[in-house]
Design a protein around this ligand. Structure first.
Ligand SMILES: Nc1ncnc2c1ncn2[C@@H]1O[C@H](COP(=O)(O)OP(=O)(O)OP(=O)(O)O)[C@@H](O)[C@H]1O
Length: 483
């Protein structure tokens, strides 16, 4: 299929508010659409105030050229001189046409739109050409001439980064909450590239507590959607019905208890980003529904009718989705849709002791501020060594909680004695089995309550006898937790 794609020329396509037949778009249809054998013209316009104009132009073109296939699309662009925004908005439109021969009609549109076309043409690796028209008055033949702009396309795939500097930022934004150490620098670099390419779905695979949500927020904050809402949701925390209603919303009367219309998360984040955590846990029904959202870019509230939405979807899983697909528990088509730009975070243990130490220092500084402590926590040499050598099965989250807890309970200098027993006893072999996590959590809570089993059981949400049985099963002794 051969496509011509262009922006509406807000000034040149019109004269005194009516369509100008000597304007670039009308002229193109008059002289070149048939001659160059195009199958379709995709005509783009920013949402307002050109809406009315695009309808006028569309009606006129369809009336005068009834055989020409014309599709008009409005694109929501907040700031038409923001190159990054314009580029990220046209990019997915072009990528959707990757099977076609694409001629980009370069002339109409603002200069920023032209630069965006140029970058997309050179970097997306599509079968595209840049076309210009020389007006009749400047051509020797006295007729308009169609010219092909000859520029080499890049060998580099679509990730060409566009850095538009403003007075406040250089590259990454909002970095104060992120410690980006050497081993995760490449992941954050790739996440930054993902952020620059709007609408590309991302799947973050990593163990629990390694910073998947943190990374998703980083993508949102560094994207053109950063001023729009960002909502994270843990899919595994909801039953199927509840998840459906949470994500898609519902209409009054859709089910018992639906006393009024309720907007879902996709609608609330329209224009922004949704982060779906634990995506491997959703049912096959929800997988199907999500696939529809990705393919049709529309949602259907429970008891309602389809509605268009514009959200970036970032997903994460601590399960191996490929294995889930092989086991027929996850749809391959959804997996491929989600996995367009995969990102993987290492566990804290994989990151090495040097980085664990940097993380400890980072949280010592951060928690001093957030907990409003006048003095910074100091560590004896031995205490620091214990912390650095521990395996952290719960990854960054566990390390962060530990520092917070030490701020609460320890004196200004933390001695090895102040560190919970289960950390001191750590044999540095890490296991993520549920049983192991349960054992560690019981140790953590028992340590927190100084070996008081009633309080520990209450905090764990189980009865004392169950706690005693579990402790026996794991070979834990109450007296080991009494300080
Ligand atoms: N690069 C980082 N710099 C500073 N803090 C971080 C970083 N990555 C993660 N954290 C902190 O670690 C904690 C756990 O991170 P996060 O919630 O993103 O992990 P997760 O992988 O999504 O966990 P889960 O699998 O349990 O949902 C959070 O409090 C987060 O602020």
């Amino acid at each position: 299929m051969k496509i011509i794609i262009s922006w509406l020329a807000y000034n040149n396509d019109f004269q005194n508010g009516t369509v100008d037949e000597s304007g670039p778009t009308y002229n193109f249809h008059n002289y070149f659409f048939n001659e160059a054998q195009y199958d379709k013209h995709i005509l783009l316009a920013t949402e307002t105030p050109e809406n009315l104009r695009i309808t006028k132009l569309e009606n006129k073109l369809k009336r005068d050229f009834p055989k020409h296939n014309i599709e008009c699309k409005t694109v929501s662009i907040e700031d038409p001189i923001d190159l990054r925004e314009v580029k990220t908005k046209v990019e997915p439109i072009l990528l959707d046409l990757s099977d076609c021969e694409i001629d980009i009609f370069f002339s109409p549109g603002t200069s920023i739109m032209q630069v965006a076309w140029y970058i997309c043409h050179t970097s997306l690796g599509l079968n595209s050409r840049l076309i210009q028209v020389r007006p009749a008055k400047h051509s020797q033949s006295n007729k308009p001439e169609r010219l092909i702009i000859d520029v080499n396309t890049s060998e580099i795939p679509k990730g060409v980064i566009l850095k538009q500097k403003n007075s406040e930022s250089d590259t990454y934004e909002h970095t104060e909450n992120y410690l980006i150490t050497d081993s995760i620098q490449p992941v954050y670099d790739n996440a930054f590239k993902v952020a620059q390419t709007d609408n590309v779905t991302t799947l973050i695979q990593a163990e629990t507590g390694t910073g998947k949500e943190h990374l998703a927020r980083f993508i949102h904050e560094n994207s053109v959607r950063s001023n729009q809402p960002y909502i994270p949701i843990n899919c595994s925390a909801f039953s199927d019905d509840l998840l459906e209603s949470r994500l898609f919303g519902h209409k009054k009367g859709a089910f018992t208890g639906a006393t009024k219309d309720k907007e879902g998360i996709f609608k609330k984040t329209d224009g922004g980003t949704v982060f779906l955590d634990e995506i491997g846990d959703i049912s096959s029904y929800m997988q199907q529904a999500l696939l529809r959202v990705l393919e049709e870019k529309e949602i259907t509230p429970v008891g309602g009718t389809p509605e268009k939405i514009d959200v970036r979807i970032i997903t994460a899983s601590n399960k191996n989705l490929v294995q889930l697909c092989k086991d027929d528990k996850f749809r391959w088509d959804l997996f491929y849709r989600l996995n367009v730009a995969p990102l993987e975070l290492p566990s804290l243990q994989e990151r090495g002791k040097g980085e664990v130490e940097k993380m400890i220092d980072f949280f010592i500084d951060q928690k001093q501020k957030t907990l409003k402590k006048s003095a910074k926590l100091e560590f004896s040499k031995e205490a620091k060594k214990v912390l650095v050598n521990y395996g952290y099965p719960g990854n960054i989250r566990e390390l962060e909680n530990l520092i917070e807890r030490l701020y609460v309970f320890a004196e200004e200098e933390v001695m090895a004695n102040d560190i919970p027993n289960f950390i001191k006893k750590n044999d540095n072999k890490k296991s993520l089995s549920l049983a192991d996590l349960e054992k560690r959590h019981i140790e953590y809570v028992m340590d927190l309550y100084n070996g008081n089993q009633s309080k520990s059981a209450e905090a764990l949400g189980i009865v004392v006898n169950t706690l005693k049985n579990k402790m026996e099963k794991y070979g834990l002794k109450r007296q080991d937790f009494v300080k």
